[in-house]
Design a protein around this ligand. Structure first.
Ligand code: DGJ
Length: 557
């Protein structure tokens, strides 16, 4: 009641714009590119989004009190949470901004940024978040038609009336955000959610069929490197077995591209779409949601939806080789890597480091709040926080130094890895130095790998001979670059009994720790707390389950 009264008084006295004007100006967040690398700029500097996505039905005044304690527990710096079209436009053309107002106010109170998810025409391939008055008019806001001529539970990308209304609503939302958020609490917006269709490859309605047999647009042929297709090729002629899924991706991307362009014209925040993935090793049409930005149609999405800054994978394919392949497929010269959804399990948490190794601008496991559905099976653990702990462990380590990590990554000075089964050692190359990361290693002996592959490490080059090192369940050591090569050639020489003159002259170089400082990031600067030496460095630099950040200065003898 009190709040309402103040708002009315302020509006009447036109003091509201004056108060808004007093907010320190913050630049609009942006995604920038330099030398082939990307950064998400927030407040003028590279930012690493360490996020958590709420459950789907959590963004309500009644449920947000069960979201914030989880965000605090996690040390997340960003909450991803939906804006529901059905709530936002309860009657045609009447917009209810209360949810936007509420989430902005609460996020500021909790000192976290927001990524708002526009649950519009598509949510997981369906139209479940369309306002009720649209659901009641399926003739006008029609669904995809399958091969048998039946409607399926998915909106048609050819429903022009739905598109027009989504454009109108999304634009109203973005315009409102521009005025309501001079603080730039919101740093990105997701347009729709897991677009596409389950259960049929495309729309087979007569109007769609006609387009399917019509010439493929030139920009699609170009994007898919099919310029050599015969002039005026239809979709089946140009794309063969992939024609259905390519056609649906084109139709959906075009639809979403229009919504994104309109929203961006109102307020140019970074925009992204998320993909329900195709298995990159065995993803034949029909085995995945067709139409969304899956890896096989990324160029079509880039061509048809240029207002979308990022095509982002929701990674629930957790097998190591598959996860790493997905990261690789979405880290492209024309696409920054951003993981808006993934599993927060202890097995998967390490992949944050692999993503950082590919200059990820953000990462956000799904469903990390206390509203989650009670498990319908016997729990893995009695701890109420066990579903948060693996992500919390990552964020506790990286959170305080996220600006440094983002800066080093943007400058191409950071490398990070996670453990791969059967690979107990990984080598990172930094000019004159190699960093060797090993897993499951004791005092002596060779690394055997951890029992579960949970190891991870990051190494950032602070200057020629100084490194930032952090990780879990791993050992990191350094050696002068090329040493391994020299050793190998010497063995060959020893075997043959020959001694080439280059080797006689080669000086053996050994790594010497000049100083190993253990410390913590405070106010974005490293503060040393002690110098490690003796047993703490003689075998290498060890990282266990406790967060540990080291600044390592090296020399040789
Ligand atoms: C992916 C979707 O994008 C999310 O909204 C959610 O439904 C998760 N799947 C899992 O439940």
């Amino acid at each position: 009641m009190k709040i309402k009264l103040v708002a009315v008084v302020l509006a009447a006295s036109s003091a509201w714009p004056a108060i808004q004007a007093q907010v320190k100006p913050h630049p609009i967040p942006a995604i920038v590119q330099k030398d082939g690398r990307y950064a998400l700029m927030v407040d003028g500097a590279p930012y690493l989004m360490l996020g958590a996505q709420s459950n789907n039905s959590s963004d309500w005044p009644a449920t947000l009190p069960r979201v914030w304690p989880a965000i605090e527990y996690l040390h997340a710096n960003t909450l991803e949470t939906p804006i529901y079209w059905e709530q936002f436009e309860p009657k045609p053309g009447q917009f209810d901004y209360s949810a936007v107002y509420n989430i902005l106010a609460q996020a500021r109170e909790h000192h976290v940024h927001l990524v708002l998810l526009w649950f519009g025409t598509w949510k997981n391939g369906s139209q479940h978040y369309m306002p009720e008055w649209m659901k009641l008019d399926p003739q006008r806001f029609f669904h995809v038609t399958n091969k048998n001529g039946e409607f399926v539970d998915s909106p048609s990308p050819f429903a022009g009336a739905s598109l027009d209304l989504d454009v109108r609503a999304f634009t109203a939302f973005m315009r409102h955000l521009k005025g309501a958020d001079p603080q730039r609490t919101v740093i990105m917006v997701q347009v729709e959610n897991e677009t596409g269709t389950w259960g049929t490859l495309r729309d087979y309605a007569p109007a769609a069929e006609k387009l399917f047999q019509a010439p493929v647009p030139a920009e699609v042929l170009k994007a898919m490197h099919k310029e050599s297709a015969a002039p005026a090729s239809s979709w089946p002629e140009a794309f063969g077995d992939e024609a259905d899924v390519d056609f649906h991706a084109w139709a959906v991307a075009k639809y979403v591209g229009k919504i994104a362009a309109a929203g961006k014209a109102a307020y140019p925040l970074p925009l992204y779409v998320n993909a329900a993935l195709r298995d990159p090793f065995k993803g034949a049409p029909g085995t995945y949601e067709s139409g969304g930005p899956t890896d096989n149609v990324l160029p079509i999405w880039k061509a048809e939806a240029p207002a979308i800054d990022v095509l982002a994978p929701d990674i629930y394919l957790l097998e190591t080789e598959t996860y790493l392949k997905v990261l690789d497929l979405y880290h492209r010269p024309d696409n920054p890597l951003f993981i808006p959804e993934t599993a927060g399990t202890s097995h998967a948490a390490r992949f944050l480091f692999s993503a950082l190794g590919l200059q990820a601008i953000g990462y956000s496991p799904f469903g990390l709040d206390y509203t989650r559905n009670p498990p319908a099976h016997q729990g893995d653990s009695d701890s109420p926080n066990s579903f948060l702990d693996p992500t919390a462990q990552n964020y506790k380590l990286i959170g305080p130094m996220m600006r440094e990590v983002a800066r080093l990554n943007f400058e191409g000075k950071l490398q990070a890895v996670s453990e791969v089964e059967g690979q107990p050692t990984q080598t990172l190359h930094f000019g004159a130095w190699d960093a060797v990361v090993s897993y499951g290693v004791g005092r002596g002996g060779s690394p055997r790998g951890n029992k579960e592959p949970v190891g991870r490490a990051l190494v950032g080059q602070l200057s020629d001979n100084q490194f930032l090192v952090a990780g879990y369940f791993s050992r990191v050591d350094f050696r002068p670059a090329g040493t391994e090569q020299q050793r190998k050639s010497q063995q060959i020489v020893a075997g043959t009994g020959q001694t080439p003159s280059a080797l006689i002259e080669a000086k053996w170089q050994h790594r010497q720790f000049l100083r190993v400082e253990e410390g913590a990031y405070q106010d974005e600067a490293f503060k040393p707390l002690r110098i490690l030496n003796g047993d703490q460095t003689d075998w290498g630099l060890d990282f266990s389950a406790e967060p540990r950040v080291l600044r390592v200065s090296l020399t040789t003898y």
